[in-house]
Design a protein around this ligand. Sequence first.
Ligand code: UDP
Length: 388
Amino acid sequence: MTQPKADKKPNIIFLFSDTGGGHRSAAEAIIEALDLEFPGQYTSEMVDFYLEYAPFPFDQAAATYAPMAQIPDIWEFGYKLSDGKHRSKFVQKLLWPYVRRGVTRLVKEHPCDLFISVHSVVNIPLLRGLPANRPPYMTVVTDMVSTHAFWYNKKSDIVFVPTDEALQRGISFGLDPAKIHVVGLPVADRFCHPVMDRAKLREKLGWPLDMPIVLLVSGGEGMGPLEETVRAISDADLPTALVVIAGRNQALKERLEALQYRHPTFVYGFVTNMPEFMQAADVIVTKAGPGTISEAFIAGLPIILYSRMPGQEEGNVDYVVNRGAGVWAPAPKNVVTTLRRWLNDPKERSEVVEISKSLAKPEASRVIARYAMAMLGKIPFEDVPLNV
Ligand code: UDP
């Protein structure tokens, strides 16, 4: 493996893809932590391997992700077909001829001293195609529980996972237990250190101060039956205001804006200040995305999961529900029933809040940032506490 020259700032390549919002959020959270802990001591680039280096149709992954994921049966079929030790190897062999040249080009165009992958499917071409004297390679798993086999590549030098369940899966896929660690899912520092109290935040956001706020969100792409859920809540007589985030789904945003609401309601497209939104809210109603769930734990929000992607997000539902940090409410009427209970019974709600907080792992980004610097020879490995 190569080591950076002592007189030069090391360059870190983040391998990600905009399939959903979670991969980008995780990469940005680690970069933010690196900037906070090691300002000016490194450089970084974010590379969407499939968009920039894979041939058609693989370069369309980000554009086709949201429409594909809206058809649960097809998504589940593809996900489960490739998830398994032997199946994943078969898919890797199949993909290899198409992505081989892209790896060579990436290495030439982006010389670096460390790779950090935050996307399972990127590991396939990179860890097969990188030369023997490659830079070190870190994998940061951004799924929570039902993690896909593609995440666990024995050639990765270190693998960080969000939960014990993800660690056990890695070991069952043959990873060396010394190379896989539970640190949590990297989330932005702004979630961990609120800058204002809730009243000031609400004033800034223009939200009411005298009633609870229910925040509805559906991943970066605005997927799942968000509109039906919003309609059902709006039709119910609940003592709350609604904040609805449609993400990058512009059509959904327009439909939501055209609805008539019985509650004070605020509709947004993709927002860049999610930490403020979560800190100012009282309850979150969300798709079972790992990023949003991990952020909600840190913000101490009780969670209503109203949809999940088959395969990769199924385990997230069990994780939240079994520990008592929220409920699974796949039909809009179940969402309304839970909201009614929580809004009318602050004691029950605050018990769920406490559990949600207890599951938070706010140190993940910083631990990963420090470990990255240790891999680059900038700090001793002993200075990186892995038991967070
Ligand atoms: N997100 C955001 N702005 C939005 C919607 C979502 O910043 O308007 C972020 C959210 O905070 C989270 C990520 O996008 O970090 C969504 O990740 P998740 O794993 O929950 O779902 P995905 O979009 O990857 O399916």
